[in-house]
Design a protein around this ligand. Structure first.
Ligand SMILES: [Zn+2]
Length: 297
């Protein structure tokens, strides 16, 4: 196996197994040589990825994508871009689908890219003071991109900003921070990727005032009682797993309606919306659960 791909597997599993970097399906990694780009395929887990989990693309074809004329309708455009990406695959029979972030990975000249939706990074990226705090913590060394819808539009925005960065610093940025989204770290070795991630983490920890400690708390008797009914309701929705969990963090959000609405009714970060769904229910008693079930029928 190509040594670059071996390294890619190593670094992908390394970050993929850490919950602080990868929640649910967020994030992806890639490696490139002059001709090809290996990128984590959609729907594959980073934590236990093998060579078969990477989609291999022709970089020449990828580079041609921005020269194509796409529809002005955003849904149509994303569909056309998706097809252009699929047509850039070396082995279409593999059935692997490249992520919508593939063109972004191809943009960086460094060989390795590790993109994560790190919780710590998103603590800053999803905050109200993101632009000024990012500048304060990282200076101009990192490239910060204000919120842009994911997909082709994001690629165009990052491409433009990288060009400006190169003109100013005569080098490519190794860290790109995306508002409400996450971080791209890119370098020519996986050791350097790790060094950069460690530095980013250290700077963020130093900048945050406090980290609330999470203590596991007893689950309410009422919940344990209604859990079988919840499982039944969810199984109708083809969701098979329902567990009960309580902690000092969740307790803050479920103590009353007001805390719930202020705290958790809207998602904290993008992964919640994409992978865990963005709407939560506050059920106060078993009676409410019956009402819910009636409503569903
Ligand atoms: Zn992402």
């Amino acid at each position: 196996m190509n040594t670059g791909v071996q390294q890619l597997i190593k670094i992908s599993q390394y970050y993929g197994q850490k919950k602080e970097y990868v929640i649910a399906g967020g994030g992806n990694t890639s490696y490139k040589d002059d001709k090809h780009l290996w990128i984590k395929a959609s729907g594959i887990n980073l934590g236990d990825i093998t060579e078969n989990g990477f989609c291999v693309l022709d970089r020449k074809k990828l580079a041609e994508i921005p020269n194509q004329q796409f529809s002005t309708d955003s849904d149509k455009r994303e569909e056309e871009v998706k097809n252009a990406l699929l047509n850039s695959r070396i082995d279409p029979d593999s059935g692997l689908r490249p992520s919508v972030e593939t063109s972004l990975h191809n943009l960086f000249e460094y060989s390795f890219v590790v993109h994560t939706h790190s919780t710590l990074v998103n603590g800053l990226m999803c905050s109200n003071w993101v632009a000024e705090k990012t500048l304060e913590i990282f200076g101009e060394e990192v490239l910060y991109i204000p919120y842009t819808d994911p997909g082709y539009i994001l690629f165009i925005a990052v491409e433009k900003e990288i060009k400006k960065y190169k003109e100013k610093f005569n080098a490519e940025p190794k860290v790109v921070l995306l508002q409400n989204h996450g971080i791209f770290v890119t370098a020519n070795s996986i050791e350097e990727i790790k060094t950069i991630y460690t530095d980013v983490k250290a700077r963020l920890i130093a900048a945050f005032d406090e980290f609330p400690e999470e203590k596991e708390l007893q689950v309410s008797e009422k919940i344990i009682k209604v859990l079988p009914a919840v499982r039944m309701l969810l199984s109708e929705e083809k969701l098979k797993v329902a567990t009960a969990f309580n902690s000092s963090w969740t307790a803050n959000f479920i103590s009353d309606k007001n805390s719930f609405e202020k705290g958790i009714e809207k998602p904290f970060n993008p992964d919640q919306m994409v992978y865990c769904m963005s709407e939560y229910l506050l059920l106060k008693t078993a009676i409410r659960l019956k009402q819910l079930s009636k409503k569903q029928n």
